[in-house]
Design a protein around this ligand. Structure first.
Ligand SMILES: Nc1ncnc2c1ncn2[C@@H]1O[C@H](COP(=O)(O)OP(=O)(O)OP(=O)(O)O)[C@@H](O)[C@H]1O
Ligand code: SF4
Ligand SMILES: [Mg+2]
Length: 481
């Protein structure tokens, strides 16, 4: 299904279907053609103050987002990935203007919305919507589903054709829910159904940009696939532009045209999906990618290696000097500890912030790797035979097997990161099979990848059918309006 995105080697791709989608809706400041910049973020910062003492004086700040620069183009899906606490949700709330930025600018359709007040933001609220991380806490338990989904109409003073109730029931159908459940309360729905309610609410006013914060992370694997496919269908039908935040690389690979990798409040790599997965350039991206399961059955069972980062993520209150990743990077040199690398385009469509990138000329050649850097990772070799063994073993059984990663450790030491040859082969996708922990992860990762990749076909017929029928309805309605 991700192949549907039609990624080209160098260019940013826009889903083909979106290009032709006819969407009529109330605009805020003008229409942006598919492929043109819809959202532009420059130097975006959010520092949460830390206050202490009787007088609540500011004694420091959490640098949750610390200088982001990126564009989102109309019709595309930008995936944002990174470890917990790296600032993904904060970034999502900043670009939807649910948080006031500390610095930088946010432009939507060429208009600076960085410091718009409530009144100024009102027309924009119709165009920029957010799907929240937790479907359990993001819906008011005292309101019926009808009340929740009709709230945006009331807040914006919009009277849809045929009335609010009819429109809300149509939206319920679009997201694959029973319109008869209009009067039910959130607790009467499952997690997946609640997330669909959140999606219906976000789509009520036919937005142009939807920021989805971990839209499936609270759901189990089979439901994840249904919600991901629903988002995909809606994008094609309505020509939506998405920023999808997730920490699950299988989900990100499935949904994204381009991917931004965040680390401690910064974007360290921004590239189209294919380039990023085929040849990651930032060491952090490379470590993340080495954990992604292989989706191609023909390539399964081939030998590969997985990079395990040893240290904890540093505190965003006092991030490391220079490159923020230098405390965990196996390639760190002196310059990495003092000079912050700038996010620059090292290959067409691939921007990286690193002095010693992978798969590209060294930006600071001649520097010696710091002795402690060599100890910062563990490389686990994933062998063909072991992979097959894992496939035939139940996950629980695999998790109890005390197999140690001794050989890989030796490999890590014998092939230090000083060499320009990366510790991991160019194909970063690995099917982990060595070591108890890795095996357990493999079972999980495979499940997710399988659900995402095959989910469209595997989704229960009733759900898929109703969602598809509903989506057609949406496109029709949109065109009519
Ligand atoms: N309102 C707040 N006040 C103070 N600190 C905050 C606030 N919101 C977030 N933070 C801090 O900002 C940092 C980034 O948080 P954020 O929620 O954006 O991370 P995240 O990448 O979305 O993590 P996760 O994957 O766990 O959702 C964290 O260190 C968090 O503790
Ligand atoms: S090589 Fe240096 S600049 Fe690049 S990620 Fe590692 S520490 Fe950062
Ligand atoms: Mg978050």
């Amino acid at each position: 299904m991700s192949e549907d995105k039609g990624v080209t080697d160098n260019d940013v791709t826009i889903p083909a279907q979106s290009k032709g989608a006819v969407v009529t809706r109330s605009g805020s400041s003008g229409e942006v053609a598919p492929g043109e910049v819809l959202l532009k973020v420059s130097g975006l910062q959010k520092h949460f103050p830390i206050r202490s003492g009787l007088l609540k004086r500011q004694t420091g700040s959490v640098k949750a987002v610390d200088g982001l620069d990126f564009d989102v183009r109309s019709g595309e899906t930008l995936g944002v990935v990174g470890e917990s606490g790296c600032g993904k949700s904060t970034m999502g709330r900043l670009i939807t203007r649910l948080l006031e930025p500390t610095g930088g600018t946010v432009e939507f359709e060429g208009r600076d919305i960085t410091h718009l007040g409530v009144r100024g933001m009102r027309p924009m609220r119709r165009d920029v919507q957010m799907i929240f991380q937790d479907p359990y806490s993001s819906l008011n338990p005292r309101h019926t589903v009808g009340g929740i989904i009709s709230a945006p109409f009331k807040l914006q003073g919009v009277e849809p054709e045929g009335g609010v109730k009819k429109e809300v029931q149509r939206l319920l159908e679009v997201v694959g829910l029973n319109p008869e459940h209009y009067n039910r309360y959130p607790h009467e729905f499952s997690g997946g159904q609640r997330q669909r309610i959140g999606i219906a609410r976000a789509l009520a006013l036919k937005p142009k940009l939807v920021v989805a914060d971990e839209p499936v992370s609270a759901l189990d694997v089979s439901i994840q696939a249904q919600v991901v496919n629903l988002l995909d269908d809606l994008q094609q039908e309505l020509g939506l532009t998405y920023v999808i935040i997730a920490h699950d690389l299988s989900v990100i690979r499935h949904v994204s045209d381009r991917i931004a990798v965040m680390y401690l409040g910064k974007i360290v790599e921004l590239a189209d999906r294919r380039s990023l997965y085929a040849a990651p350039m930032h060491p952090y991206t490379k470590a993340l990618m080495s954990a992604v399961p292989v989706p191609d059955p023909k390539r399964r069972g081939t030998k590969s290696e997985r990079i395990l980062l040893k240290g904890d993520v540093p505190s965003p209150i006092s991030p490391p000097s220079g490159c923020r990743f230098h405390t965990r990077c196996w390639k760190a040199t002196e310059i990495c500890t003092t000079r912050e690398p700038v996010l620059v385009e090292l290959k067409p469509g691939q921007r990286v912030a690193c002095h010693h990138p992978e798969n590209a000329p060294d930006q600071a050649p001649g520097e010696a790797v710091l002795p402690e850097a060599r100890e910062s990772i563990e490389v686990v070799t994933i062998g063909a035979a072991a992979s097959e063994a894992v496939e035939s073993e139940p996950a629980a059984e695999a998790a109890t097997e005390p197999e140690a990663a001794t050989e890989p450790e030796a490999a890590a030491k014998s092939e230090p990161a000083v060499k320009s040859e990366p510790a991991v082969k160019p194909d970063p996708a690995a099917k982990p099979s060595t070591g108890a922990k890795v095996k357990a992860e493999a079972a999980d990762g495979e499940g997710k990848a399988g659900a995402s990749e095959a989910g469209v076909k595997d989704a229960p017929a009733s759900e898929a059918g109703s969602s598809e029928a509903g989506s057609e309805g949406t496109a029709q309605e949109s065109t009519d309006k």
